[in-house]
Design a protein around this ligand. Structure first.
Ligand SMILES: Cc1ncc(C[n+]2csc(CCOP(=O)(O)OP(=O)(O)O)c2C)c(N)n1
Ligand code: SF4
Length: 288
């Protein structure tokens, strides 16, 4: 059985010291070991951004894709090999700006993928422009008078897109984050885990202290039922999207793969995909 150390490789992350992304990397490695994966059972597919580097820092299959396209690649990987556990990851710019079209449709499609968004509420790699997650009035070099766009709520969007698993966490809360990633991996469908991950270099507003002051942990509500969709939506709105924990889970809906008729459970490479002459003749007959 692999330990979290076996999910480490010898590549030294070049994130800035103190970047929240370090803990997300550690949480993925711990969660993978805790659910008894071996490195060859896991694929980590990432987009572009500081956060996108994560696929290179985990000892598993990995692909550092293109900006906003982690999810199309991850879905392709999952369809080609259902035996792999697939984690997609990237920044809030990657998933909620350029990649938002893919995010919404991946959510409603519900393939069995865990999507971890490293949400620092800014574009880090390109040196600090506003992202859709930046607060109104947020000042950057490209918005010197403050952002005049409203802030996007990924949790509300995910809920309205028919998500079957919605969670949020904070990179400083390694215990909660690891448990949520484990739950996301075990969930038979698409899991969105949005993780507050401070950018210590360019975001001087949404700092570790700011998150600690503003986060509302769902543990405070012992009667909260994550199976209740309306309660989940209400709680997201009541807390202005700042709550952490497992917000919503629907275990009734089948994954996309499970709904494709005749789709085998093994990797496509292991399946016999030969078209029999009889089947071929039947197909041709349909066009006559
Ligand atoms: C098609 C395309 N457009 C724009 C860029 C430039 N670009 C690279 S990363 C990035 C945004 C990074 O922000 P985010 O996704 O939030 O990740 P972070 O760096 O904050 O982790 C942008 C706009 C690009 N690489 N490709
Ligand atoms: S610029 Fe920000 S997001 Fe990028 S590595 Fe540095 S602290 Fe992390």
């Amino acid at each position: 059985m692999a330990t979290f150390k076996e999910f480490r490789n010898n590549v030294k992350p070049n994130w800035c010291p103190g970047c929240g992304d370090f803990s997300i990397q550690a949480a993925i490695q711990r969660a993978a070991a805790n659910v008894d994966l071996e490195p060859e059972d896991l694929a980590v597919i990432s987009g572009i951004g500081c956060s996108g580097r994560i696929s290179g820092y985990i000892n598993a299959y990995g692909l550092h894709g293109i900006h906003g396209r982690a999810l199309p690649i991850a879905q392709g990987v999952k369809l080609a090999n259902r035996e792999l556990t697939v984690i997609a990851s990237g920044g809030d710019g990657d998933g909620f700006a350029i990649g938002m079209g893919h995010t919404v449709h991946a959510i409603r499609r519900n393939l069995n993928i865990t999507y971890i968004v490293m949400d620092n509420q800014i574009y880090g790699l390109t040196k600090g422009q506003t992202s859709p997650r930046s607060a109104e009035g947020f000042k950057t070099k490209s918005t010197p008078e403050g952002s005049i766009e409203s802030t996007l709520s990924p949790l509300e969007i995910a809920m309205s897109a028919g998500a079957t698993f919605v969670a949020q966490s904070f990179s400083s809360d390694l215990k909660q984050l690891t448990a949520l990633i484990e739950a996301g991996i075990k969930h038979e469908g698409f899991s969105l885990i949005n993780v507050f991950s401070p950018c210590v270099t360019f975001n001087k507003i949404n700092t570790y202290d700011w998150f600690k002051e503003n986060i509302v942990n769902l543990e405070q509500f012992p009667d909260y039922d994550p199976a209740n969709r309306i309660a989940a939506m209400n709680k997201i709105m009541e807390t202005n999207g700042m709550l952490t924990g497992l917000i919503y889970q629907n275990t009734q809906r089948k994954s996309y793969e499970d709904m494709i008729s005749g789709f085998g459970t093994e990797a496509l490479a292991k399946q016999d995909l030969t078209l029999s002459q009889e089947h071929f003749n039947k197909l041709v007959a349909e066009f006559k």
